[in-house]
Design a protein around this ligand. Structure first.
Ligand code: GLY
Length: 306
């Protein structure tokens, strides 16, 4: 199993030792939540959902509680999940007030006839499914509010709507991939997207094939990074296709997509992936990526910097 808590300009000068420690504790807790499911013989789908819920509930990560603010001062949340055994998938975009968007994505997959629900319709579905709904205040954090103020100030002075500065990315998105004892793969991803996003902007996270993909024949992938590039590169499916059609190993496919293709386009970010043999890859081309993994022998690591 592997998890991520976002990628970006993450280096030792940007976070204090206390913050680093808190991130590590959060990553470890999320990994433990998912790994416990696998160890008890549970499904990869349950494992990735539990891991992502843990990260969504942790205000340090840009998903669920602690997600970045959109330009309208809301938290517009995106998430998706995919089952490698059935190729079933569920996704939601631009939902507000839903405590755990990843569980809503799973409900879309399992309790609706659809794959992708948007905005207020998805929120109505969440209420119908009796999923927890929270007031706006639940999602508020001072840090994210300051980031919104800084982004809006920068836009005013730079007279541009498209701020590509790394500071504006929110350094976020969370995700998980897992292989269970039954040989099934699953992937899940959740995010608040970009700070100060507007016009209903949606990134790669809820787009099946871009931010999330799982197929028992190849691998499970969850991405983090500048979503527009990941959508245009169809990153998660590209890795699966390179394995299926060209016979590349997971390692070769990940290296090619992240270090060659994305780098050439200028797409900063990374991903986590596991194949059907349990090999894990966590490549990124940014300065850092919050990440953790553990294999069936209990070996693994929690890491942040390059
Ligand atoms: N990768 C998350 C986003 O761009 O929204």
């Amino acid at each position: 199993m592997a998890i991520h808590g976002g990628s970006g300009t993450i280096n030792r000068t940007e976070i204090t030792p206390e913050e680093e420690s808190a991130f590590r504790v959060g990553l470890e807790a999320a990994l433990n939540a998912g790994y416990a499911v696998l160890k008890q013989g549970g499904s990869a789908l349950d494992a990735v959902e539990q891991a992502v819920r843990s990260l969504e509930d942790n205000e340090r990560f840009n998903a669920g509680k602690g997600a970045v603010f959109s330009a309208s001062g809301r938290h517009e949340l995106d998430a998706s999940i995919m089952c490698g055994q059935t190729l079933n998938a569920g996704a939601v975009a631009g939902v507000t007030n839903v405590r755990n968007p990843i569980s809503l994505a799973r409900a879309v997959m399992e309790q609706s006839e659809n794959v992708f629900l948007l905005g207020s319709g998805a929120e109505d579905f969440a209420r119908d499914q009796k999923l927890p709904i929270e007031p706006d205040e639940y999602f508020f954090t001072e840090l994210r509010y300051q980031q919104l103020a800084e982004a809006q100030q920068a836009n005013k002075t730079q007279k541009t709507q498209l701020d590509h500065s790394k500071r504006n990315t929110g350094k976020g998105t969370v995700g998980a991939v897992a292989l269970d004892q039954h040989g099934n793969l699953a992937a899940a991803t959740s995010t608040g997207g970009l700070t100060n996003k507007k016009y209903g902007r949606v990134g790669d996270t809820p787009v099946i094939g871009a931010g999330t993909y799982a197929n028992n024949e190849t691998c499970a992938v969850s991405c983090t990074g500048y979503g527009e590039f990941f959508i245009r590169s169809v990153v998660a499916y590209d890795i699966s296709c390179l394995m299926a059609y060209k016979g590349l190993s997971l390692k070769e496919a990940c290296a090619y997509v992240v270090q060659d293709k994305l780098n050439v386009m200028g797409g900063e970010g990374g991903l986590i992936a596991v194949d059907r043999a349990g090999n894990v890859e966590l490549p990124f081309n940014s300065e850092g990526m919050y990440r953790a993994w553990r294999n069936q022998m209990g070996q693994g690591e929690v890491a942040i910097f390059a």
